[in-house]
Design a binder for this molecule. Structure first.
Ligand SMILES: Cc1ncc(COP(=O)(O)O)c(C=O)c1O
Length: 359
C-alpha cells in the first residue's frame, strides 16, 4: 500500500533526538527546547515562539489569550470545513460564539467574500486548509477592527508575499504532528509579535506559575514540549529546505500530469501553498466509492475535511454548508510525502486517471 504520509526521518536528522535521550534530559528542560525555538524564530522571522506539546494546545493558547486580552470580542468567525481541532480550541473557552461561513469552491478555504461586515466584536480565525494560504495581510486591511488569528497547523512553509504564514496575524498556532511538513512526533508552537500576548501565554503554558516557584498566580496548563520532541524538531528544521524541495517536485509532477483530468485548490494571488497535502477534485465523484477504488489498487487516500455539522458536538451550528458538502464528496487527498518515489507517484497518477474514467 502506498501510504498517504510518511515523515522524513533520516539518520542525520534523528541524531539530536538520540543525543537528547543519552543526555537524560527527557522532560521539558534541555538544550533542544531553546535551540529549536531559536531556529524556528530565525526561519519564520517572528518575534516570539513558544513550543507546545501539540498544535491543539498552541491553538487553545491563541483562544485563551484573545479571551483574556479582548473580553469584549466574543464573536468568532471561521470556516466550516476544517480539521476538528480548529473549532474545538475556541469551544474550550466557553466564551466565544462560534459561527462559520461556507467554503470557497476554488480555494477550499473559507469564502472570504461571505465574511460579515466588519464589527468591533469579531475575531476571525483563518485556517489554511491543506496548506493553501489565505492572504492574511490583505484580510487585515479589509477588516481593521477585527482581531485576526491563524490556525497555521497545516501551513508551515507557506507564504503570503514574502512572509511566512502564521507571522502576520495577532497570534497563531503550528502543529508538528507526524504527518506535517516538519514533525516532532507530537508538538506545536504558539507564535506572536505581541509582547503582552507572549508574556501572558508563557505563564498559562507553564501552570500559571508566578515569579516565585510553586506559587501560581492564575489557572494554567501544562502545554510544554519535551526536550526529545524539540530535538526531533531541531533535526527537521535543519532539513526543512530539502523536505520542501522534495515536496515541490511532487507537486509539479501531479499538477502537470493531472491537469486535464481533475481540479486543484486555487492559490490566492501572491501566496505560496505550504505543500502539506495534495488534494484533487473530481466533479461528479463520490468519496466513499473513491476510497474503495483506491484501496483495491493499493493506494491510501483521505477525504477533504467534512462540514462542521457532521460532528456530534457541532450539530447545532447553523449556516450554509453547500460548498463544504460538495468538496467533501468530490475531493481526494493523495499521497505526497517527501520520499514518494517517481515510480509510486506515477502509479498514483494512473490510479487517479482510472478512477476518473470509472465514475
Ligand atoms: C487545521 C488544524 N488545526 C489544528 C490541528 C491540531 O494539531 P495537533 O494534531 O498537533 O494537536 C491540526 C492537526 O492536525 C490541524 O490540521
Amino acid at each position: 500500500m502506498i501510504p498517504i504520509y510518511r515523515p522524513y526521518l533520516t539518520k542525520e536528522n534523528l541524531q539530536y533526538a538520540h543525543e537528547a535521550l543519552d543526555s537524560t534530559w527527557i522532560s521539558s528542560k534541555g538544550k533542544y527546547i531553546g535551540a529549536a525555538q531559536e531556529k524556528l524564530q530565525e526561519i519564520l522571522g517572528v518575534k516570539h515562539v513558544l513550543l507546545t506539546n501539540n498544535g491543539t494546545s498552541a491553538l487553545h493558547l491563541v483562544s485563551r489569550v484573545i479571551h483574556r486580552l479582548y473580553p469584549g470580542k466574543r464573536g468568532l468567525i471561521t470556516g466550516n470545513n476544517h480539521y476538528v481541532a480548529a473549532w474545538n480550541a475556541w469551544e474550550y473557552e466557553s466564551h466565544f460564539r462560534l459561527s462559520t461561513v461556507d467554503a470557497d469552491s476554488e480555494t477550499w478555504n473559507m469564502d472570504l467574500e461571505s465574511l460579515p461586515e466588519d464589527h468591533w466584536a469579531t475575531v476571525i480565525s483563518v485556517v489554511h486548509n491543506l496548506g493553501n494560504i489565505v492572504d492574511v495581510p490583505a484580510l487585515k486591511l479589509k477588516y481593521p477592527k477585527a482581531i485576526i488569528v491563524e490556525d497555521a497547523c497545516e501551513a508551515f512553509g507557506g507564504l503570503y508575499g514574502l512572509r511566512y504564514a502564521g507571522t502576520e496575524s495577532f497570534a497563531s498556532a503550528l502543529s508538528f504532528y507526524g504527518n506535517k511538513n516538519i514533525t516532532a512526533g507530537e508538538g506545536g508552537a504558539f507564535l506572536t509579535n505581541s509582547d503582552e500576548a507572549f508574556n501572558l501565554v508563557k505563564r498559562m503554558w507553564g501552570q500559571g506559575q508566578s515569579s516565585q516557584r510553586f506559587i501560581h498566580s492564575e489557572l494554567g496548563f501544562n502545554y510544554r514540549m519535551t526536550n526529545i520532541q524539540a530535538a526531533i524538531l531541531y533535526g527537521q528544521l535543519k532539513d526543512f529546505p530539502e523536505i520542501f524541495e522534495r515536496k515541490q517536485a511532487i507537486w509539479v509532477r501531479y499538477r502537470e500530469q493531472l491537469k486535464d483530468w481533475v481540479e486543484y485548490q486555487k492559490w490566492e494571488m501572491g501566496t505560496q501553498h505550504s505543500l502539506w497535502m495534495f488534494g484533487i477534485r473530481v466533479p461528479g465523484g463520490e468519496y466513499g466509492i473513491a476510497e474503495k477504488f483506491f484501496k483495491r489498487q493499493g493506494v491510501e487516500i483521505r477525504p477533504m475535511f467534512y462540514p462542521i455539522t457532521k460532528h456530534g458536538h457541532y450539530k447545532k451550528i447553523r449556516g450554509v454548508m453547500k460548498v463544504a458538502e460538495d468538496l467533501s464528496r468530490e475531493c481526494i487527498i493523495l499521497p505526497s510525502y517527501p520520499e514518494l518515489t517517481n515510480k509510486d507517484q506515477d502509479y498514483v497518477i494512473d490510479t487517479v486517471k482510472k478512477y476518473v474514467e470509472y465514475i
